[in-house]
Design a protein around this ligand. Structure first.
Ligand code: FAD
Length: 438
């Protein structure tokens, strides 16, 4: 048996989860069970995989487990952008075929999520608001120019937004200009992921607070949890950055920690002072250049601006404090009419990346499939990789599987400690060279 000691350890500060009404979680596993299909991890990838498995194999027993409660993981901690465009539009004009494939995959995920949200009336602030990509410096403006060339090449629609128009839309004159892309959907991530879990088909059994603590892949695959064991014919691993703990994609994926903050509800008067409507989303032109920001439908500002790297994923009390203070300064720099001290929640979460931005998707061994490594865009990439892992494992023909496979596999990373030194140095360089925009 492989002992799994690298387990999630989420903080309790997630503003998205903390501002939702309480939810009744599913009980932990408390017996020894056998099933046809086991999905490990109940984020966007795992929930999509479990739903699809039950559609593909209605007679089979489908089980999904998560180490934590559903609203605790990265899927409930993100900024709530359901992004359709590939991450590298404009920087890779030679590879339009790959970008078209990424678009097809992301749009299939959006369609699937929208269908579930509408069919089940999931209350998650789902809105077709699009997103602004904004620049505050020459360097940022150069990125916007590349972005618009990339969108032209892809045949995607967008609008150029002047500083004045952006000010009217989001209530700050901080930025020089922006590009608006209409395809992004905004949502409340904890509400969406809990809604996805609570509307799983009845044939899917979900066990929360059920960490898999040891695994043996074989026939059947065997797993231990604190109060029960699972024997499964086939398994889909949807644990994102925790895959190496299962000896899958070891030395090929790594995680960064992102820190985000959320304010209290803004008052009518404060909204009038900002002069904008609730519900918008903005990303910085330079990814490390400034905060990703939202004003939610329930009138809270959400800022995400800090990246850190620790192999252990530990975030210290000082890092939370520093992130909250930085995000407070960023609010003041952009929305000076708002009073100080309005941040109420600060939290951390992981994104998992590969050096070549390839997904950790596919068959890993007999009866073992993975849908991990979403490269920071896990709402759409996680959802589609879960669906396609379920189709691949069930033998269901889906042309999107070849789109996914064309994106490649994660390349080998340098060994530690060179990896740690390399990532830390690169992160510092990215942040320093982007500071002009932030
Ligand atoms: C602050 C922040 C902002 C972000 N913003 C965005 C955004 O706006 N848009 C976007 O698309 N993406 C965003 N992301 C990234 C996105 O949240 C992730 O890519 C996505 O959640 C990954 O989904 P997943 O299902 O693959 O993994 P996860 O959501 O991480 O789910 C994996 C699950 O596996 C479980 N698990 C791990 N080990 C075990 C074990 N041993 N036993 C049982 N269960 C286990 C975990 O508890 C977890 O719930 C952001 C991330 C952060 C942190």
């Amino acid at each position: 048996m492989t002992q799994i000691t690298d387990l999630p350890n989420n903080d309790s500060g997630n503003g998205w989860a903390n501002t939702l009404p309480p939810r009744l979680a599913c009980s932990p596993l408390s017996e020894d069970i056998s099933c046809d299909w086991l999905v490990i991890g109940a984020g966007f990838a795992g929930l999509a995989a479990a739903r699809r498995l039950s559609e593909n194999n209605p007679e089979d027993r489908v089980v999904i487990v998560d180490a934590c409660k559903v609203g605790d993981g990265a899927s409930a901690r993100n900024s709530g952008f359901v992004i359709d465009l590939p991450h590298n539009v404009g920087s890779d004009l030679d590879n339009l075929d790959m970008q078209h494939r990424s678009l097809r995959l992301a749009r299939a995920a959006v369609t699937q999520l929208e269908d579930i949200v509408q069919t089940n009336a999931i209350d998650c602030q789902w809105s077709h608001r699009g997103q602004y990509m904004a620049a505050a410096s020459d360097k940022g403006e150069a990125v916007l120019d590349g972005f618009s060339s990339g969108l032209d090449a892809l045949g995607e629609s967008y609008q150029k937004v002047s500083a004045d128009d952006l000010n009217s839309a989001i209530g700050t004159s901080y930025y020089r200009r922006a590009i608006f892309t209409p395809g992004t959907i905004l949502m409340q991530p904890a509400a969406l992921v809990c809604g996805l879990a609570d509307t799983l088909p009845e044939s899917v059994e979900l066990y929360e607070d059920t960490p898999v603590t040891s695994s043996r892949f074989g026939s059947p695959h065997q797993f231990s949890t604190p109060n029960g064991s699972i024997r499964a014919r086939q398994v889909i691993l949807a644990v994102n950055g925790f895959a190496p703990a299962f000896n899958i994609l070891k030395g090929r994926v790594f995680s960064l920690q992102l820190l985000a903050s959320m304010t209290r509800v803004l008052s009518d008067g404060e909204l009038v002072k900002l002069g904008c409507e609730p519900d918008w989303g903005l990303v910085p032109a330079l990814p490390f250049g400034g905060p990703t920001m939202r004003l939610t439908q329930d009138r809270r500002l959400v800022m995400r601006s800090v990246f850190s790297y620790r192999h252990s994923r530990h975030v210290s009390a000082g890092q939370y404090q520093k992130a909250g203070a930085l995000q407070a300064r960023q609010i003041q720099a952009r929305f000076g009419a708002l009073p100080a001290g309005i941040i109420k929640h600060t939290w951390a979460g992981n994104i998992t990346l590969s050096q070549n931005f390839a997904p950790g998707f596919g068959k890993q061994a007999d009866g073992v499939y993975s849908a991990v490594c979403q490269n920071g865009v896990g709402v759409t990439k996680g959802t589609i990789s879960g669906i396609l892992a379920a189709d691949l494992a069930s033998g269901r023909d889906n042309p999107l599987i070849s789109d996914m496979e064309t994106l490649g596999v994660p390349c080998r990373l340098p060994p530690r400690p060179f990896l740690d030194l390399g990532i830390t140095a690169k992160l510092k360089w990215w942040v320093r060279s982007s500071r002009v925009d932030g």
